[in-house]
Design a protein around this ligand. Structure first.
Ligand code: ATP
Length: 357
């Protein structure tokens, strides 16, 4: 087994705000030199957790360790972490260099060392030519890089990023994602990134913690989270999926036999230990193919289709009335069945999973 050095250990952290519990005993290990993302819908507790690591919030119970050192009670400026916020909060009347120098001088760096370090971090974010500009004379993407340079300047051991891309337009956001990932690699420190955007999380992260209602639902690589979700929440939140009601006949060693709608038996991996009875099968739309009806796992009627450029989304209804979507590759040879047509659907072996609620 590979062992990893842990940058940040979150141990059974509970955070209450009066009667609201924002974090219900969260435990996580964030490894050194990894791009780790806290992903979840609004209100799931991801910002609260990031702020607790930064020291802006005290935890009600549990503790947070940085490279083995308990951070409890340490104020934010004494923690070897730094945060980039959604609003960059740059000083508009100062130049880019002065913005970067400000924090270093306040931390007691000598002016000579601070100036050298500011030059280095501005080179790292490719802003050396902008050193004497004011933030107001720069684009949103450039301002974002100034905020990154400023946060990296004091050599934090971990960089925390609170939805730092949400102020950028879509095209810029996509470009900055790549830059941010490259920057994490170059600095060699752990980045803990908060977002509600699953595409952002999947494209940048080494590992993702999916959160809902103050709980961590699953931790894994983007591929694990997408291809092997452990529960309905994760399957539904990450990408698109079909969740079919099935009857579970048996489960043994992580393999389940279920009855699909229409009563055909089907064998699939089971994400959890479930009792026989009813369950939910998660099937990604791109893991379903059309086939001759007598041999098919499922029989369906086409209710329409949507043209998506590279793909075609086929909308169907099963015999028991459940709606599903199927993604067909938009190749020249693809014949899209007409609305009202009866078709057979095959589920790719191993790609459908029986999930816990
Ligand atoms: P968003 O994406 O909207 O920022 P989030 O996942 O970051 O959401 P948090 O901001 O961590 O969620 O909030 C988690 C829960 O704690 C929410 O129910 C929120 O209303 C509550 N909460 C957060 N801060 C406070 C506070 N200062 N006082 C009371 N409740 C709070």
């Amino acid at each position: 087994m590979t062992s990893f050095d842990i940058a940040v250990a979150v141990e059974k952290v509970i955070k209450r705000y009066g009667s609201v519990t924002a974090l219900h005993g969260v435990s996580l290990d964030i490894r050194e030199n990894e791009f780790f993302t806290l992903l979840g819908p609004s209100g799931c507790g991801k910002t609260t957790l990031l702020r607790a690591i930064a020291g802006f919030e005290d935890v009600s119970e549990g503790r947070i360790l940085l490279k083995g050192q308990d951070l409890t009670g340490l104020p934010p400026h004494k923690r070897p972490v730094n945060t980039v916020f959604q609003q960059y909060a740059l000083f508009p009347h100062m130049t880019v260099t002065e913005n970067v120098l400000f924090g270093l001088l306040r931390k007691g760096w000598s002016r000579q060392d601070a100036v050298r370090r500011a030059q280095d971090v501005l080179a790292l974010v490719q802003l050396s030519d902008f050193a004497n500009r004011k933030p107001t004379q720069m684009s949103g993407g450039q301002q974002q890089r100034v905020a990154l340079a400023r946060a990296l300047a004091p050599r934090p051991e971990v960089l925390l990023l609170d939805e730092p891309l949400s102020a950028l337009d879509l095209k810029l956001r996509q470009a900055v994602r790549l830059e941010l990932k490259a920057l994490q690699r170059e600095t060699g420190i752990a980045f803990i990134f908060v977002t509600h955007d699953q595409e952002e999380a999947l494209t940048m992260s080494d590992r993702i913690a999916v959160m809902s209602n103050g709980h961590v639902q699953q931790v894994g690589s983007p591929k694990e989270i997408y291809e092997a979700p452990t529960n309905r929440f994760v399957a539904d939140f990450i990408g698109e999926t079909n969740l079919l009601d099935v009857t579970v006949q048996s489960i043994s060693d992580g393999v389940a036999t279920v009855l699909l709608p229409g009563d055909k038996p089907f064998t699939c991996p089971a994400a959890a230990v479930l009792d026989a009875g009813s369950g939910h099968l998660s099937v990604r739309p791109e893991r379903i193919s059309l086939c001759a009806e007598p041999l098919a796992h499922l029989s369906a009627t086409v209710t329409g289709h949507t043209y998506l450029g590279t793909d075609i989304q086929l909308h169907v209804r099963l015999v028991d009335g459940e709606a599903m979507t199927v993604r067909l590759q938009n190749a020249e040879s693809t014949v899209v069945p007409a609305t009202g047509a009866h078709i057979g659907l095959n589920l790719e072996a191993g790609a459908a999973r029986l999930l816990a609620d």
